[in-house]
Structures are given as C-alpha cells and as structure tokens.
Design a protein around this ligand. Sequence first.
Ligand code: FE
Length: 360
Amino acid sequence: MRQKYVAGFLTLMMMAVFVLSACGSESSKGEEKAVENAGAAKKNQVVNVFTARHYDIDFALFDEFEKQTGIVVNEIKGTAEELVERMKREGESSEADLFITVDGGVLNYAKENGVLQPIKSDVINGNVPAKFRDKDNNWVGVATRARIIAYAKDRVKPEQLSTYEALTEEQWKGKVLVRTSGNLYNQSLVASMIALNGEAQTEQWAKGIAGNLARDPEGGDRDQAKAVVAGLGDLAIMNTYYVGQMLNSKDAEEVKVAQNIGIFFPNQSTTGTHLNISGIGLAAHAKNKENAIKLIEYMTGKEAQEKLINSSFEFPVNEKAEVPALHKEWGEFKTQELDYAKLNEFNKKATELMNKADWK
Ligand code: FE
C-alpha cells in the first residue's frame, strides 16, 4: 500500500518535471510568437474609434483614411452616454483611442468625466480655428450646424422674421413647429439662450414658444419641415443640414418639402444664430495615440472636410474647405459666441425649463 503510494508520488514528480520542461519550451516558443506579433502589429496599425455619430460619410472617410495610411479604423458604435460610461468603467484598460459625437455640450461632458486628454498637433491647430477647439484641446471640432428658422415660402416673408425671441409674438400663435424637450438639439439651443439671456428670460421665452406651437411636439427635424409644407404651421425650428440632405434626397417628397421652405438665420443683429458642433476627442488612455492624431488630422484636412460637407451638409471647421453651392446661396451669417461648455453646464436646467413651460 505504502509502496504503491511512493511509486505514485514518483510518477507525479516525473510528470511535474515533464510538465515544467514542457512549460519551459512552450514559454520560449511563446516569446518567439510575441516577437512575431509585434512585427505584425507594426504592419497592421489600428485606431479604435468610439463613435456616437453614425453618419455614412464618417465611415466612408475612415475607409479612405485606411486606404491612404494602412491604419485600420475599428468603429465601436453607441450613444455618447454609453461610450463615455464604458470609457470611465474600463479606465486604463479601455481600447478607445478616439471619441466622436455631435454636440459641444456632450464633448465637454466627456471632458469633465475625465475620459479625454489634450491633443498636441500643429497640423490640427492649423486646420481648425481655436473657436472650434476645446480650450484645453481635449477635443477638436469636425463640423458645425446652425439651428435656424425654416418658413413656408408661400405664406411667410423673411422680413417678418428676426430672432428666436420674436417667435413668441402673437402673430405666430399656432404657427410654430419644433420637436420635443427630450431632443438634444433643443436642449442645447435653450441652454445657449440661458447662457446669453439668463434663466428668467429664457423661461418666459420657452413658455411663449409652448404657447405658439402648431401641435404637440413630435417627430424629428425633417418632420417639422414636412409639417410646414403640409400647412400645419408656418415656421419650424430645425438644423440647417437637414435642408441640404432633403434637397439631395432620393425621396421626391423630401426634395419638394425642402424646395418649399425658406431658411432664415435668426438673431443677426443681436446674439447670432445658434451654432452647434460635432467633434473628436482623444481618449485619456489611448494606446494608439499617434494613429489617433493622424486620423484627426485627416478628418479636419481640406480634402476630407469637403467630402464630409458635400454629404452631410454641415459646415466645415476648416476655413480652406470649399463649401457646396447651397451654403454659398445661404451666405455668411453671424453666430452665437459661446463657450460650448455652457451647453453642458445648462443642459439640465434647459430641459427642466422646457418641461415647466409645457414644451414637452
Ligand atoms: Fe441630426
């Protein structure tokens, strides 16, 4: 019994020696493999993009960048909140190199959550004016959009329009169309007004808008334009790029809608039209920092900017980029001068204020 035990013990020892030596040889093979992988990684460079902006043109530009540089762009899609949460939760082990989203407030939300870091690149600073970059360079703008007043060409003369504030006048009772308070574009517009006019005045304004609505808020920006052309109301608060996208739509109905609305840039003699921004932030724990910066340099370069704007109909951040004929037709306009951080700072207040005003 005891002998059997000893023999068993010896067998175990021998097995252990065998396993150890096997491990030894495995380990040197493993090292060889690691070296091989490092070589392959150099050949197959990557950049991981966490994006809340799911525009076809963004993905087409990533493909173009991939072709030009050999750097593979991996897209990880989600809502901005989901992506920021994930970057926070995963901390140093996060695979995110870049964070892309619409809305200057959301870009600052990411910054304040500590998931971004300063971008250092003379190329980017040359491509994008300081007003379209975070003051600590945690994010850089890639395109802008104006929230404007679209009007029924057959019923409204642009001379009747002036400011966002004037949309609360008696003459527009039952004529104004706009989406809900849950919509970020509206939240940022109202946040900008809190920053410029103060809370009390903005609360009064929101009440005035709610009182002049043609219907309970519903649908997206395009739906407001459609409702204007259908005669439900005369004026719609909407983003400029939808007009460009509808004019170039495969849907004949959308083209017709866009042809029948006029575009008015409000507040030209006062605080300027509300201009929001889409941008790219450099992830705090980016493992492919060089590649990430290269992709921002590409996205803000003249060539990519022109391709982007000709598809999304946003405005370029790079002043060297040639704008589409439609933008030339719209002409230059005065914009709000506002730190985009204010859109984040006043986001909650803006939503509360709209709900209180019954603009739901
Ligand atoms: Fe949109």
